[in-house]
Design a protein around this ligand. Structure first.
Ligand code: AR6
Length: 183
């Protein structure tokens, strides 16, 4: 059992926003607590939900998220699809993107991860979003090294400045430090 201040699910934006750099923000917190137009989840091809951030997003959005996801599945690695955000309102949409499973770095993992960010940003632009929150896609269960992933996240967002504000949400201190070094 966590004390309230230690429970990651209790962290919120007001307590966690520590760095702001132009159109890219890095925060320590829970992506389901962000006041943004779009929340991105690190999904799997089924779009039915899973562990990690995807589990948290599905729990917060409710069962209709998986129903909506199932209608759009399967989603290949590097692609992105959008659904309503349901119980995550006032967030308008959830973008589901599937990262690469890390296999040592010589199997196109960088390109697939870049594509996750680029496709998500393009889709968010088409949806008229002004703000978007990303988790550290593929760096958990899929095993992509955090530093390399952070560089890709920042480069991808800088290369496509179509959303007013992109927020990179770190769920732990180490990821937060890696991300702040990369912006
Ligand atoms: N808010 C923000 N970030 C979070 C949260 C949260 N609530 N919870 C975890 N993270 P992962 P992946 C961080 O494993 O590597 C799922 O089962 C976490 O600490 O969620 O892309 C999917 O369905 C890490 O830094 O995603 C797929 O099967 C980051 O989110 C698979 O996992 C990504 O970790 C995808 O694996």
């Amino acid at each position: 059992m966590f004390a309230e201040s230690e429970d990651p699910s209790c962290r919120n934006e007001s307590a966690a926003t520590l760095v702001s750099m132009g159109t890219i923000e890095v925060v320590l917190g829970d992506i389901t607590r962000q006041e943004v137009d779009i929340v991105v989840t690190a999904a799997n091809e089924s779009l039915l939900g899973g562990g990690g951030v995807d589990g948290a997003v599905h729990r917060a959005a409710g069962p209709r998220l998986a129903e909506a996801g199932a209608r759009l599945a399967p989603c290949e690695p590097g692609k992105a699809v959008a659904t309503p955000a349901f119980g995550l309102a006032p967030v308008k949409h959830v973008i589901h993107t599937v990262g690469p499973v890390w296999e040592g770095g010589e199997h196109g993992e960088d390109e697939v991860l870049t594509s996750c960010y680029v496709e998500s940003l393009r889709l968010a632009g088409e949806l008229g979003a002004r703000s978007i929150a990303f988790p550290a896609i593929a760096t958990g269960i899929y095993g992509f090294p955090a530093e390399r992933a952070a560089r890709i996240a920042v480069q991808s967002i800088r290369s496509l400045p179509i959303i007013d504000m992109s927020r990179l949400v770190a769920f732990d201190q180490e990821t937060y430090e890696v991300l702040t070094r990369s912006v």
